[in-house]
Design a protein around this ligand. Structure first.
Ligand code: HEM
Length: 415
């Protein structure tokens, strides 16, 4: 007697369909295999955690280390934090790759320099950058919003904040472009771009030490000079992680957010009406909702069990990699009412898009500022913005950690 196939088979992960719309597969995993062992495209096996409660527990669990040396097969785990080419240099001492007590010390230092006030004072500059980029295509009637808008805005913003001189910022734009286009693999061009960026940052830090200015790198050096020591390598790694963690994420929040708004005209019209009336409350809750609904970080970065533990009833062995699927947790019906509906005014919205626990996103205030400014200005200046391609045909990058569009062709204007 033959066995009937299961009515509801496990979905295939990491295919083209999955990259386009992973949410049905995540719904299946949450229901049938909430802590699921899978083989990643790289060949490494890892646990995927998809329920909100388990995800939150895992993100806060100190038995899960961020240090790749704690992976059972650490010889091949090095450089698996999602940052291409990071093995090429001594950038391993960045925040996303270390545990307390080093993490506590470095996070305290950077928090002194990178405060919510630093970000608030930066608002006029973000507005100016946003307007300048829109000026570049406003008269043309069409644009690719990824390449001409979402991509350059965060890189120029973070370069300005760090104190990278304007004349050098296009180099950063090119290096970052190389990393975003070819990210995820140790290809020659990416490794070279990371090395160039690292060498540039080391040199810049050296120069700033001699001549402190009014910028984040100078503030980092000052913070390190007050009692606690910050080595030049640590400062370079810190500048690099600020650039790296703050770049592709924000590109994708602006890109995915615009895409979601264009696909939900009634929500977009609500937001436009609120903005026209000078009401920014919906913009604030709306950007949080866009982050929950289709956030830029699909999986939190890698964690490795340092002790045997149980997650969602599933035993995890020492050294096993654990990947927390933020995108799945943020659609969990156990936590969010009607999770597959985009509701810009959603109030009960403790999403995990910025992570949770000691590695909670340091740049969240800057990301909010950039995304709010970008979306509000775009919708106000180009009120009839619309897709210039069939939305279902748009290509998503198939990366593991990030979720974002390759291009977003749009049209606007009177015609
Ligand atoms: C950490 C998301 C923008 C800097 C994180 C984490 C997430 C995240 C999920 C935690 C990862 C983990 O636990 O494995 C985002 C999203 C952003 C964004 C969705 C934009 C929409 C930024 C910006 C900056 C930044 C603009 C800085 C300029 C950082 C840093 C960490 C971090 C330094 C590491 C913190 C630590 O380990 O203590 N981010 N991020 N991020 N983010 Fe962001």
């Amino acid at each position: 007697m033959s066995t009937a196939p299961p009515a509801d088979p496990a979905p295939e992960l990491f295919t083209w369909e999955f990259a386009t719309d992973p949410y049905p597969a995540y719904a299946w995993l949450r229901e049938h295999a909430p802590v699921h062992r899978t083989r990643l495209p790289s060949g490494v096996e890892a646990w995927l955690v998809t329920r909100y409660a388990d995800a939150k527990q895992a993100l806060a669990d100190q038995r899960l280390s961020k240090n790749p040396a704690n992976h059972a097969g650490s010889a091949h785990a090095k450089g698996k934090t999602g940052i291409p080419g990071e093995r090429s240099a001594d950038l391993m001492t960045h925040l996303l790759n270390i545990d307390p007590p080093d993490h506590t010390r470095l996070r305290r230092l950077v928090s002194k320099a990178f405060t919510p006030r630093t970000v608030a004072e930066f608002a006029p500059r973000v507005q100016e950058l946003t307007d300048r980029l829109i000026d570049g295509f406003a008269d043309r009637g069409s644009a690719d919003l990824i390449h001409e808008f979402a991509f350059p805005l965060p890189i120029y913003a973070i370069c300005d904040l760090l104190g990278v001189p304007r004349e050098d910022q296009d180099d950063f734009r090119d290096w970052a472009g190389m990393m975003i286009r070819h990210g995820g693999g140790p290809r020659g061009g990416v490794a070279r771009s990371v090395k160039k960026m690292r060498d540039y940052l080391a040199e810049l830090i050296h120069r700033k030490r001699e001549d402190l200015g009014d910028d984040l790198i100078s503030d980092l050096i000052r913070a390190g000079d007050h009692g606690e020591h910050l080595t030049e390598n640590e400062a370079a790694a810190m500048a690099f992680i600020l650039l790296f963690a703050g770049f592709e994420t924000t590109v994708n929040l602006i890109g995915n957010g615009t895409y979601a708004l264009l696909r939900h005209p009634e929500q977009r019209e609500r937001l436009q009406a609120a903005l026209a009336a000078g009401d920014t409350a919906l913009l604030a809750t709306g950007v949080e909702e866009l982050l929950r609904y289709d956030g830029p970080v699909e999986l939190a970065t890698w964690r490795y069990a340092t002790e045997p533990l149980t997650l969602g009833g599933q035993p995890i062995a020492v050294g096993d990699p654990v990947l927390v699927v933020l995108a799945a947790a943020d659609r969990d019906p156990e936590r969010f009412h009607d999770p597959d509906t985009l509701d810009l005014s959603r109030r009960d919205n403790q999403h995990l898009g910025y992570g949770h626990g000691i590695h909670y996103c340091l740049g969240a205030p800057l990301a909010r500022l950039e995304a709010q400014t970008a979306l509000a200005t775009l919708l106000t200046r180009l009120p009839d913005l619309r897709f210039a391609a069939e939305p279902a045909d748009l290509r998503w990058r198939g990366g593991l950690i990030m979720r974002g569009l390759r291009t977003l062709p749009v049209e606007f204007g009177s015609g």
